[in-house]
Design a protein around this ligand. Structure first.
Ligand code: GDP
Length: 284
């Protein structure tokens, strides 16, 4: 679990580090959590990377709603952002990264070939907020376990290029940027998926959000998992939390009941889900 505390100085350093690395690469691999394709993006990445070619990678696709994985890929494509979904934990679709990078950079590669430069490797960097899977992806691509040192904003070390495919090289230090934590709803979503430290939020706030979400989108899952009746699902969120707390045998310990609900969600006991809805994108 990432433990970065984002003070303004850290943000400035992280931004500067990413900007410096951008000059070295042909393409940015923007990594997001497929459960949070908008909420797990850095708020100023667009501004930082500007016109640099980019591939959006919706990682942890195995945990997200499969229908929404496709819907989000289409959404990004419509916004001129090529996107793919992968599950780096189980090495699913990871090889698409190199293929897609070649497609995105096809014109550049053709120009190089016209000048007699053949098979020059594409140089890339993974960029994203903590915990989206940057290190896991990097290890998958380079096919060995790299201890990612300096994996902290502001820590500088000598950087190396790692062979990450036939014609792909990856910078060994991912770019780490901060999430949009000034938005309360985004904060709850990040907390529910385990993207931010547990000490940074109140468990009951997050559990109430979780209950509201599942009541709206997957009521049957809540019903099944916690043996609830249809009438239970009509309770307002705080009353439902009270009911569940009692059901867990935890009397009035809402904190512990909330932690249990959050853990169930993170462990996939409530199935695959995507917290960001496409219709929220227009308000982003
Ligand atoms: P980083 O902070 O962006 O480098 O994230 P990590 O690579 O350390 O991954 C954070 C956590 O997410 C780890 O526990 C990984 O095992 C897990 N993880 C990474 N990719 C996936 C994935 O595709 N699916 C699932 N289920 N878990 C993943």
């Amino acid at each position: 679990m990432a433990t970065i505390q984002w003070f303004p100085g850290h943000m400035a350093k992280a931004k500067k580090q990413v900007q410096e690395n951008l000059h070295l690469v042909d393409i940015v691999l923007e990594i997001v959590d497929a459960r949070l394709p908008l909420s797990s993006r850095n708020p100023i990445l667009d501004q930082i990377i500007q016109q640099k070619p980019r591939l959006m990678i919706l990682n942890k696709a195995d945990l997200a709603d499969p229908t929404l994985n496709n819907a989000w890929i289409n959404y990004f494509k419509q916004h001129d952002l090529p996107a793919i979904s992968i599950d780096s934990q189980h090495n699913h679709n990871v090889q698409q990264i190199e293929k897609q990078a070649q497609v995105i950079l096809a014109d550049k590669i053709a120009r190089q070939q016209a000048r007699g430069i053949k098979n020059k490797p594409i140089r890339a960097i993974c960029i994203g907020i903590p915990n989206v899977g940057k290190s896991t992806i990097l290890n998958r691509l380079v096919k060995r376990n790299i201890a990612i040192t300096g994996n902290h904003p502001g820590v500088t070390k000598k950087q190396q290029w790692l062979k990450a495919g036939k014609r792909l090289e990856l910078l060994d230090t991912p770019g780490i940027l901060w999430p949009k934590f000034e938005d309360v709803l985004v904060g709850k979503k990040l907390a529910l998926t385990g993207a931010i430290k547990d000490s940074l939020f109140h468990a009951d706030d997050v559990a109430l959000y979780e209950l509201a979400f599942f009541k709206q989108y997957f009521p049957e899952r809540l019903q099944k998992r916690y043996s609830l009746t249809i009438d239970d699902l009509k309770l307002n969120d705080p009353d439902l939390l009270m009911k569940l707390t009692a059901g867990f045998g935890l009397r009035e310990d809402y904190e512990r009941a909330s932690e249990r609900l959050i853990l169930d969600c993170r462990k996939g006991k409530l199935g695959r889900y995507t917290l960001d809805q496409i219709d929220e994108a227009t308000h982003d």
